[in-house]
Design a protein around this ligand. Sequence first.
Ligand SMILES: [Zn+2]
Length: 477
Amino acid sequence: MRALRVPLLVLLFAAATTLLVWSVRGQAGTPVSLVVTGGTVVTMNAAGDVISDGAVAIDHDKIVDVGPAADLAAKYQPTDRLDVRGQVILPGLINGHTHAPMVLYRGLADDLALMDWLQHYIFPAEAKTVSPDFVRVGTRLAALEMIESGTTTFADMYYFEDDVAEVTKEAGLRGVLGQSVIQFPVADAKTPADALVRAEAFIKKWKGDPLITPAIAPHAPYTVDADTLKAVRKLADQYGVPVLIHLAETRDEVKTIDEQHHMSPTQFLDSLGFWNGRALAAHGIWLDDADMKTLAKRGVGVVHNPESNMKLASGIAAVPKWIAAGMKAGLGTDGAASSNDLDMFEAMRVAALLQKVATMDPRALPARQALELATRRGADALGMSADIGSLEPGKQADVITVSMDDARQTPMYDAISHLVYVSHGDDVRNTIVAGKFLMRDHQVLTLNKADVLRDARAMASRVRAAVQPAPPAKEKQ
Ligand SMILES: [Zn+2]
């Protein structure tokens, strides 16, 4: 008996210690870096869960838990806590197509025919003003606008994309950034071969970065020849990076490619093997059923840009048909030269309204689907659904909160309806990327707003000097 007494005491002591540790842990909870709590959580997970009085627990760059606020309060001990009562917590928005530095051409020339606008304003402005400095100043302004309006990831196509990447990283945003390749001489390349050399160096520098996904962006099937398009695909495959392109944006494009190759732009690119790998295409307005089938089969992400398409009178993309065909669909603003701002809330609202009037069916593109285009579907279109697009444990902590306590948002029966039909970018209060605050209580933390605006205004005077304003419209006699 004596021999057993000691081990028994040891066992009792061990059990008591374990209980003590458990109870201390129970009070303190698992340590995490941040809990965002008290708001309505719109998870955008596959089940479509919405949790009123919910919370999101974040540790470093990842989401560790999503659930009722009371449950998470009992489970976690956060270093930092953000109380967002009266707000909606949702995944950061994904702008699937833009040209960030073009914010510096915002409102430079509006209400013009596409070719007049491009040839007399945008191309001359770009020829005279685009430089690494211009790109940095423009991207900083775009990043400020995106952070303030809840965009956490954007896909970009421009020149000097390395400078776009440097600024994106500094601002703390996530970017799929495509170095442009185009047939004619541009600011950062005299030939497409130069552009490919630049693209390769860009990819080598940024591959593996946690925020930046380098990509190659041949402008369009009518501005880049077949050999260059094939070389782009080869280079992308060599490094396992995506390609970004404009596709079927105008009827003229379809006509040109048909005259040259007797195929649609989609089939022409398919014939080159261009879609055999990760690809993201912008616009897709003039697609036929066979094109949609091909894009679905090849897993190409196609991004709808309703405001740019309306303003340039390019046409209306059949987004409900894309979705029915199984295509990976996203949503974008396009550059601010053609859509004037980078507000993804406006893009969602316009996308939903446009489909209703285009199809004469108010059930077309309901609010939830519009929100999906800017979140989980958009992530899938970018090939990033494992990491972003919804609030789920294991994903990157890209989280925004949106105020819902003003007159305009009262009452709130349905958070998703409000996000699409009522909210503006200005309603965003907090923007978090990879667990880091880029904006907290409406204060942008990663950029100095006054400096960004001052530099942009200074650059605008150079743009103004390069391009004369359109003559005033003649009055009718
Ligand atoms: Zn574009």
